[in-house]
Design a protein. Structure first.
Length: 558
């Protein structure tokens, strides 16, 4: 008998080949004794013994190599998959599940079906130990208003024109893609620290208008704008954030998380959201201590921008005649038309305590301290500096009254911090002698959100009230805020809103498609009405929105 064999380096294959050869050879010898001999059988046994010895040596060598690899590259928290608190799925840009459906966590390895589209994984990149998740959506908005405030798709709540004016008799309907957003989140870990970076931009730069108004006729080159850009670091119970984020004064849906999905900025299509809402997006530093998953305390230092009204808030305060003549308002204090150049004494100081005893209940109380200053160019001696500290308190609550139905109420009272009501109220007025007097203001946003199958239904009431703050000028005329200007200085601003958000389709692999509707009735009442002027300005507004949300899934724990 002739036996052809090879020296195989991998034990399992060698054993299988030799065993098969031996079986076949044995079968041949059994069926045809004339083909075999004792010498052949002895050679076969010797060969099998040698192969088995090689297999055992290879097994021992592989075991030693495995132990060496484990010793050189031990598993560590830096290389392990991880999750950050309050992780959202599929884009991180909306506030409730019907807007952004949850992707599996973690996503299972796809089974090949032969269809490339079906086998593709959700958008998520991994470079080294960092996960990069694209976020954002493509957005088409249509808005119709019964008056023409001239503010694009964002509503200037404090400047709705009166019915007896030219703009008040015009209606408008416009289409825009400006609310479309692009960005990314970055997740990694290092020596027990969880690091989350977040970037989000839209196309609402230059106050929502193209850099050259004439370009809106043909090309609409809307300016790419920074919304959010921050890094958040968490270790054990401590958390630290730096960058441009939603202000800590903005109401949270849970905890003090800076992720947009954990913040209340309504479900409105309007890019200025709801009248009465407390919010800003500003640079700052934030530190938080998590007592547990149910209680957290945070403090923040955020950019300060002293404000005397104007722009979105309607008319500014009336300045003393001598000061107004120096055009100082636009350089020392923001009057709605100036750039960021206010002489801020120090950053605003904010503190918040948030309690989440269950997923159905969230309560928080927040406070802000602001300090305003002004250098009077007409005092004697000249440029005497005046300062005045003020602040505000917010009490916010949301809870699930019954399954899929939540009640929300966010309330704010301010003495000198009216700018946090999205610029609807001034912070202070200036007396004839240059001294500062703080303007009081208060606001609320109260409503409900209900999920019905694939549709989110919501309704809100937003209200702002600004009391008078008046003084006599050296000319004998009234200055300050209230009962001075009939075209702007508002006593109250109210908005009633209802809307729906329907998820037409969703999939973790290709994203989500949503259709949204919003109707709002807005009314503002001035402090002063003269002659035959109307007692209020009002507008009806309707929004329609079609949105495609990018797919993607943030990293999750195994």
């Amino acid at each position: 008998m002739t036996i052809g064999h090879r020296r195989l380096r991998w034990g399992g294959i060698a054993l299988a080949v030799v065993s098969c050869s031996a079986i076949l050879s044995g079968a041949d010898l059994a069926t045809d004794p004339a083909r075999g001999s004792g010498t052949d059988i002895d050679e076969l046994r010797a060969l099998l013994s040698a192969q088995q010895k090689q297999i055992e040596e290879l097994r021992v060598a592989m075991e030693a190599q495995k132990k060496l690899i484990e010793k050189l590259a031990p598993a560590s928290s830096d290389n392990a998959q991880f999750s950050l608190p309050n992780v959202k799925r599929l884009g991180e840009v909306a506030t409730t599940s019907p807007v952004l459906p949850a992707a599996p966590a973690p996503l299972p390895a796809p089974q090949s079906s032969g269809n490339v589209a079906e086998d593709a994984a959700p958008l998520q990149l991994k470079i080294g130990n960092a996960f990069i998740t694209p976020i954002g959506f493509m957005d088409m908005t249509a808005v119709s208003r019964s008056t023409n405030p001239g503010s694009g798709i964002g509503t200037n709540f404090g400047s709705i024109p009166y019915g007896n004016t030219q703009l008040g008799t015009l209606t408008e309907t416009r289409l825009s893609i400006q609310n479309s957003r692009l960005g990314a989140r970055f997740d990694t870990a290092f020596h027990g620290f969880k690091v989350l970076g977040y970037w989000e931009s839209d196309f609402l730069g230059q106050l929502g208008n193209p850099p050259n108004g004439g370009l809106a006729v043909s090309s609409n080159p809307y300016v790419f704008r920074m919304r959010l850009f921050w890094v958040d670091i968490t270790k054990d119970k401590f958390e630290f954030l730096a960058g441009q984020s939603w202000s800590l004064m903005t109401a949270n849906r849970k905890g003090v998380s800076p992720l947009p999905g954990d913040i209340f900025f309504s479900q409105d299509i309007d890019v200025n959201y709801q009248a009465g809402m407390i919010w800003s997006r500003v640079p700052g530093f934030r530190a938080a201590y998590h007592f547990s998953d149910k209680a957290v305390f945070a403090v923040a230092l955020e950019n300060s921008e002293p404000y005397i009204g104007g722009g979105n808030g309607g008319s500014a305060v009336v300045l003393p005649a001598a000061i107004a003549a120096t055009t100082v308002a636009g350089t020392q204090i923001n009057n709605g038309s100036s750039v960021i150049s206010s002489a801020a004494l120090h950053p605003d100081i904010i503190a918040k305590l948030a309690l989440d005893p269950s997923k159905k209940f969230h309560f928080e109380v927040a406070g802000v301290e602001v300090t305003n200053q002004f250098s009077d160019p007409v005092t004697t001696p000249a440029f005497q500096k005046f300062t005045k500290a003020g602040g505000g308190v917010a009490v916010n609550l949301n809870f699930e009254l019954f399954k899929n139905f939540r009640i929300l109420t966010n309330n704010f009272y301010s003495v000198g911090a009216g700018r946090y009501i999205f610029g609807q109220a001034p912070d202070f007025m200036i007396r004839a002698n240059g001294d500062l007097s703080l303007v009081h203001s208060m606001s609320t946003v109260t409503g409900f959100e209900a999920t019905l199958h694939k549709t989110l239904v919501y309704g809100y009431y937003g209200g702002v009230y600004i009391p008078k703050n008046l003084a006599l000028d050296t000319t004998g005329k009234l200055i300050g805020y209230g009962a001075i200007s009939s075209d702007g200085q508002n006593r109250s601003i109210q908005e009633f809103t209802v809307g729906t958000n329907t998820t037409l389709a969703k999939d973790a692999h290709w994203g989500a498609l949503n259709l949204m509707f919003q109707y709002s009735y807005l009314q503002r009442n001035p402090w002063l009405v003269t002659g035959t002027a109307p007692t209020n300005a009002n507008a009806s507004m309707g929004f329609v929105n079609l949105r495609y949300t990018l797919p993607g899934s943030a990293p999750s724990a195994k």
